[in-house]
Design a protein around this ligand. Sequence first.
Ligand SMILES: NC(=O)c1ccc[n+]([C@@H]2O[C@H](COP(=O)([O-])OP(=O)(O)OC[C@H]3O[C@@H](n4cnc5c(N)ncnc54)[C@H](OP(=O)(O)O)[C@@H]3O)[C@@H](O)[C@H]2O)c1
Length: 277
Amino acid sequence: MRKTIKRSRYAPHFLIVSYQRATIYRIKYPTERPEFHSKTALVTGGNRGLGLEVCRLLAKNGVTVVLGSRNRADGEEAAHRLWTEDRVKVFPCRLDVRRPVSITAATNFAIRRFGHIDILINNAGVFLDASPTDEGIGPNSIFAAKTETLLRTFETNTLGALRVCQAVVPKMRERGYGRVVNVSSGDGRLADMAGGRPAYRISKAALNAVTRIFAGELRGTNVLINSVCPGWMRTRMGGPNARRSPAEGADTVVWLALSPDNGPQGCFFRDRQLTPW
Ligand SMILES: NC(=O)c1ccc[n+]([C@@H]2O[C@H](COP(=O)([O-])OP(=O)(O)OC[C@H]3O[C@@H](n4cnc5c(N)ncnc54)[C@H](OP(=O)(O)O)[C@@H]3O)[C@@H](O)[C@H]2O)c1
């Protein structure tokens, strides 16, 4: 007997259960794509917010997802949540992008368990100098920026992503396949850079430089690396008044993660469109 549980396209929380020949019990999603079944993704900061939605969407597309989380219990809870809400199985793994030993351990785990990492989503980020106005009046003005805040933000948002790339991308290059998405922000765009939030803005502008430099060195390979601005989202970082859901923000990230071999290289996207650096 084959028991197929199919999610209704129109009411995704409604399960249509039917029995046919076979013994396999699996859940089919309207979005699941067989061409991605052999792919493995590592998502940093996958335990909440945008990262969690990226894990959900990748897994729904058939990708094997290693959900990186700096706190083990949070990662396990997030994996459990994805299972109970959507019946998608992801693999939690401890990963603190500020700690090189943690990066090595997480990439070793993914490679030992699944053989390779095909997709890397550098999503983990902090916003330690949120300011109420763009002008950055007060403690979050660049005039008052504290070295510790600048360094800590840079270490997570920029160096963290760079180090995870250093750990993962060489093997992608050897295998001739890789997709890297660096989750940046419009706040890092130099074209219309305003005042305030100096640590966050500098870290994301520098992350965009990381994208460009890797892209320059990966030219002609099938390892594609791009930056994305997911937009202002209702996450712990974005707060409850943001315009978009994390799922809306995840769309462009996953679109790039699943891009074809002739896909974009070294670009900055928002809403699946090129956006100025
Ligand atoms: N929210 C927005 O409006 C917005 C807009 C533009 C860009 N972004 C970018 O989108 C990304 C995700 O943001 P979000 O809104 O989902 O934020 P969030 O809800 O605050 O989630 C941030 C994630 O990053 C993780 N993280 C922080 N430091 C880490 C470290 N050292 N190692 C590993 N993980 C770490 C957090 O883990 P813990 O749970 O352990 O803290 C959490 O999982 C960030 O890069 C952010 O800059 C967000």
